[in-house]
Design a protein around this ligand. Structure first.
Ligand SMILES: Nc1nc2c(ncn2[C@@H]2O[C@H](COP(=O)(O)OP(=O)(O)OP(=O)(O)O)[C@@H](O)[C@H]2O)c(=O)[nH]1
Ligand SMILES: [Mg+2]
Length: 667
């Protein structure tokens, strides 16, 4: 059974709610105030089923919107998830201001299907109806509702909700148009922008919305964005009937456990837990309506609407200086966006502002964090007085501050080429790479789709896996060469040392630990470096020692190994060697790096085996007493106070003991 969401649009009092009632039998004006004043204030909902031409059933969910200019923000909250619009124009009034404003919004949101309904046909004679029809055809020319696009079914239908005339024609037109509606993808991660929150007796908290993507099942855990609260789905209703699951493109009501109505509101979004992050920064393609009263200045503040949310946003127009062309060249008229009346438009936008009728890349800084993914549409309204001035599409909801190559990146995103988009998203992370989880949250795509689209770039080597991250090949090459030259420099500076410690090298090339480990392993496999314990060296670049140096090294190590706790001072050991002082010092550094010797304090060095003995003695001592004081420690080791204190402090640092007053607790 196919399911689609039908929205109404049009000027106040043109008969939207009456039409929905004539079609479905449901009065979508549910508020007492709406009934009293005879106008729609907030969104209303209804549903019906129609037999489709292939014998299947077509299920329609209706979102009825208010036409009053003061309630356009409510209209915006309802129109975000619709598949098909009924543009309602009363035959006795024809095109009015909110006919235009709603229609602008529909085009900016990229709504692709709809029927224009001339209502109140009973109030005018045939001749007037003909004139209105001509006027409307002119208004729609070149747009997605242009009646010339198809005559069968007709895209303009005249009806009377009072007499019922034309309603059957309209139903046929809806069924025919519904065939062309592309079903929404239920395999993508679920997102439900909330449009209503209320308490139902015996149920508790209920939210409703149009499920714009994915699927939600009973007992699913969901996360509330923004805020991060976790909720459980206790029950589901789809189009007014209990169901086990809701699929994308359906009017959905969820009975939620774990949350009170006060904690939820219109504009929040429900999605699977831990998948997405909210954002306050968006890179977008922004279009200013030709009807906008004035150019949009860089840094202007606007009202921002997307799905059911609204907030205030600051607009920063991206000024790309690439090739010296500046902003003006980046802003060009988009021929695919048809607008009514082809009035000549200025050919060049001024620097630092966006002229009516033009498009530009921009960064939006939102006052409230929100969950949006690339491809989501939005509307902007002038800050004051509030009128709709433009809108656009989200390109990136995770912008990187001061990113190099931003123009090229933003130009790749709207192409729809998934491989190129993913490669660009990997590439912009440079040597840090990006995890699969982040790619999912940045794109809103499923891991399996991302894996599939990345198969090509992974095979060609354009994208490479490294320690749970994905790296772009040039970034990987750069990191590799930085690691190699880091090691090379080290050898030059320290000819007597066996290699650079991994941690030192990692800090030097400023790499993520996981990525660094993986890339070092790659280089080792390629035999470009050698890794021994935690030292990295170039092949054949180990320590080159002359005979007397090697002999000195052995003598030093022996001296410490045999001394036990009665270690000699460094000075004493170095004095008796054949090599000069500087080289002797380097040999000691080497022994420290190899961890044969361990520095306990500035002038106190012990052999590794001695400290291991000490550790064992402490373990044995613990069976006798849980604590040890300095006197007992001196007795246990036979060292003087001069050695005892640094040794105990060393044990504290190693977390073998912990100082408690004058004694130590053995851990
Ligand atoms: N004669 C006649 N009256 C109609 C018809 N459709 C609606 N009306 C009347 O027009 C008035 C407005 O109708 P609504 O359906 O409330 O208009 P609306 O477009 O929903 O108005 P808002 O939601 O406030 O924008 C009501 O008094 C209706 O009874 C029609 O086909 N013929
Ligand atoms: Mg109404």
């Amino acid at each position: 059974m196919k399911s689609i969401i039908v929205g109404t649009a049009g000027h106040i009092d043109h008969g939207k709610t009456a039409l929905v009632k004539a079609l479905t039998g449901i009065d979508a004006d549910r508020l007492e105030e709406e009934k009293r004043r005879g106008i729609t204030i907030d969104l209303g909902f209804a549903h019906m089923e129609l037999p489709a031409s292939d014998g299947e059933t077509l299920r329609l969910g209706f979102v009825d919107v208010p036409g009053h200019e003061r309630f356009v923000r409510n209209m915006l909250a309802g129109v975000g998830g619709i598949d098909l619009v009924l543009l309602v124009i009363a035959a006795d009034e024809a095109i009015m201001p909110q006919t235009r404003e709603h229609f602008d919004i529909l085009q900016l949101l990229g709504v692709q299907h709809g029927i224009t309904v001339l209502t109140k046909s009973d109030t005018v004679d045939a001749e007037t109806l003909g004139v209105v029809r001509l006027e409307v055809e002119e208004f729609l020319r070149g747009t997605f509702l242009d009646p010339a696009r198809t005559e069968n079914p007709p895209l303009i239908v005249a009806v009377s909700s009072l007499t019922g005339a034309g309603l059957d024609d309209l139903k046929r037109a809806i069924v025919a148009a519904a065939v062309r509606v592309q079903p929404r993808d239920s395999r993508t991660p679920a997102r439900l922008p909330i449009d209503r929150v209320f308490t139902m007796k015996g149920f508790g908290t209920v939210v409703t919305g149009t499920l714009v993507s994915g699927a939600i099942h009973r007992e699913d855990e969901l996360e509330v964005f923004p805020g991060g609260r976790r909720v459980r789905v206790r029950g589901i209703q789809v189009h007014g009937k209990a169901a086990d699951a809701a699929l994308a493109g359906r009017r959905t009501a969820l009975n939620l456990a774990g949350v009170a109505t006060e904690d939820l509101s219109r504009g929040m979004t429900l999605a699977p837990p831990s998948l997405f992050e909210t954002t306050r920064r968006l890179d977008v393609k922004l279009r200013l309506l030709r009807s906008a009263p004035r150019a949009l200045k860089d840094r202007a503040r606007v009202h921002f609407h997307s799905f059911t949310m609204e907030t205030v946003a600051g607009v920063v127009l991206h000024e790309f200086e690439e090739g010296g062309s500046g902003l003006a060249a980046r802003i060009e008229r988009n021929p695919r966006l048809q607008e009514r009346n082809s009035v000549p438009i200025p050919t060049k936008a001024a620097h630092g502002e966006l002229s009516p009728g033009y498009e530009a890349f921009a960064r939006l800084k939102l006052v409230q964090p929100t969950l949006l993914v690339p491809g989501d549409r939005f509307i902007i309204r002038q800050f004051s007085p509030v009128v709709t001035i433009g809108g656009g599409v989200v390109l990136d909801a995770a912008p990187i501050p001061r990113m190099a190559g931003l123009p090229r990146f933003l130009e790749t995103l709207p192409t729809g080429n998934a491989q190129a988009i993913l490669t660009a998203r990997v590439a912009r992370r440079q040597q840090a790479g990006i995890s699969m989880a982040r790619l999912v949250s940045e794109t809103g795509w499923t891991p399996s789709r991302i894996e599939m689209e990345l198969a090509g770039p992974l095979k060609s080597g354009d994208v490479v896996r490294a320690g749970g991250r994905l790296l772009h090949s040039p970034a990987l090459q750069l990191l590799k060469s930085r690691i190699l030259s880091g090691a090379e420099d080290f050898h030059k500076r320290n000819p007597l040392v066996g290699g650079i410690s991994k941690e030192e090298l990692r800090a030097q090339v400023d790499a993520d630990p996981e990525v660094f480990e993986a890339v070092v392993a790659m280089l080792a496999k390629e035999r470009k470096i050698e890794v021994a314990a935690d030292l990295v060296r170039l092949p054949g670049q180990g320590v080159v020692m002359k005979d007397e140096e090697a002999e000195s090294k052995n003598r030093i190590e022996d001296a410490f190994a045999t001394a036990g706790f009665q270690v000699p001072t460094l000075q004493e050991v170095l004095r008796g060697l054949k090599v000069d002082r500087l080289r002797a010092q380097k040999i000691v550094t080497l022994l420290l790096r190899e961890k044969a010797l361990v520095k306990v304090s500035d002038d106190l060095v012990f052999h590794r085996t001695v400290l291991e003995q000490l550790r064992q003695r402490m373990v044995a001592y613990k069976t006798k007493s849980p604590t040890i004081d300095v006197a007992a420690f001196k007795e246990l080791t036979g060292v003087t106070r001069k050695y005892a204190i640094p040794l105990l402090e060393y044990l504290d640092r190693e977390r073998i003991t912990r100082r408690v007053g004058n004694a130590r607790e053995i851990l």
